[in-house]
Design a protein around this ligand. Structure first.
Ligand code: PLP
Length: 389
């Protein structure tokens, strides 16, 4: 007879990530666990991939059995949303719990962006994350905490970053008592050096883009016995957004009774859009995911023009990609500020500009759309202000 058990009470051998991702897709598409996880005591002895897929989806429970058995248990019943549905009274024992437990980030209806009552825009405000005040806290936290065994015997953590990931890594490393070395391109915003130095991180400025620094980071890591989180190809940079950013948005849309038709997201490493694609394209038929990138030769902090040859083999491609200019991003920041009283960061403005383009092209059906706003405009005030005057 199958039983429902807490996933955390089970132990399992590791399984390759491509097998886990396939199982995640299958679970999301059917919405149900169809085979019991075979256990002996609390050890998983078969269907390890189901165990890991449920673990990375973040269900609280799993259906288990001591014999091979078909089951039919919905993800809802396995408490898919439990971990993100109630931050409670928000008293925490340490700052790490702010990222672990203080979820979801808010979803707020943004008014005055377009003039059409049949289409609503909901900003997911990622500056509510605690360290870098950006979406990248999620990436840094999940990579670090899923690699503690590799980090323990390393001298330091080293990463190439446009700013936010470096700040998150420095904050989390300081909690763990580890040093950090951060390589940033010359185009990264100035405030980043100050924050990094407050955390005691070593900062190196070099090159025009993070792409120029990735190989150098790997070389230094060998020389200096450092751990490289490698947000550019670490699968946990996708899994964190599957399990949290996307699932939060799903739950918020259900709870808020939204008719969610599409999600707009900017792309740097491509991590958050890949997690969102993996989740929404498999769980729902017809919720579109749109990518936003800078125009050819344009520069928008945190995001870059994509070559679509990395995560895209595990998630699907965005339904459409919009290229926007810095000026278009700033125009939307100002519009958002003057109609809603909040100031998105420049990549957030770019996402809203991508939304506006899609609207003007007439490709959006009636309903609700979410724009992922990665950080806040206060970090870029000089750049935004310069564009105004
Ligand atoms: N916006 C900002 C401000 C960022 O710092 C980043 C990434 O560093 C992004 C957007 C892009 O996020 P992702 O790396 O998940 O594509």
């Amino acid at each position: 007879m199958a039983k429902i058990k807490e996933l955390d009470s089970l132990i399992s051998d590791r399984v390759e990530f491509n097998i886990i991702i396939d199982k995640i897709k299958e679970l999301l598409r059917s919405g149900t666990q169809k085979e019991a996880i075979l256990i002996k005591g609390n050890k998983v002895i078969k269907n390890q991939e189901i165990y890991w897929a449920l673990k990375y989806l973040g269900t609280k429970y799993a259906a288990v059995s001591e014999n091979e058995e078909n089951v039919n248990v919905s993800l809802d019943f396995l408490a898919l949303y439990d971990e993100i549905s109630d931050p409670g009274i928000r008293v925490y024992n340490n700052a790490i719990e702010l990222i672990e437990k203080d979820k979801p980030t808010p979803l707020v209806k943004l008014n005055g962006i377009i003039n059409d009552e049949k289409i609503k825009i909901w900003g997911k405000l990622e500056w509510y994350n605690p360290f870098s005040l950006s979406i990248k806290d999620r990436t840094a936290w999940y990579i670090i905490f899923n690699n503690l065994d590799k980090i323990n015997n390393k001298e330091k953590i080293i990463e190439a970053t446009s700013a936010n990931t470096g700040i998150s890594l420095s904050a989390i490393s300081s909690i763990l008592g580890k040093k950090t070395k951060i390589l940033m391109p010359n185009s990264s915003p100035e405030y980043a050096d100050k924050m990094l130095k407050i955390y005691g991180s070593e900062v190196v400025r070099e090159g025009n883009s993070t792409n120029d620094l990735i190989e150098k980071v790997k070389k230094i890591a060998q020389e200096e016995n450092a751990f490289v989180p490698d947000q550019f190809s670490n699968i946990f940079n996708v899994l964190v957004h599957l399990r949290y950013t996307a699932k939060e948005l799903d739950y918020q849309a259900i709870y808020g009774k939204l008719r969610l038709k599409g999600i707009f997201a900017s792309m740097g490493t491509g991590g958050h859009i890949a997690g969102i694609l993996l989740y929404f394209h498999n769980k729902y038929n017809g919720i579109k995911v749109f990518g936003v990138q800078p125009m050819e030769n344009g520069s928008i902090p945190g995001i870059k023009k994509q070559d679509f040859n990395k995560w895209w083999s595990i998630s699907e491609l965005p339904d459409k990609v919009f290229s926007v200019s810095f000026d278009e991003a700033v125009e939307m920041i100002v519009k958002t500020a003057r109609n809603n009283g909040i100031i998105p960061g420049i990549s957030g403005g770019a996402v809203l500009a991508g939304f506006k383009k899609a609207y003007e092209q007439g490709i959006l059906e009636e309903g609700d759309y979410s724009c992922i706003i990665p950080d806040n405009g206060i970090k870029y005030l000089d750049d935004i202000y310069e564009e105004l005057s």
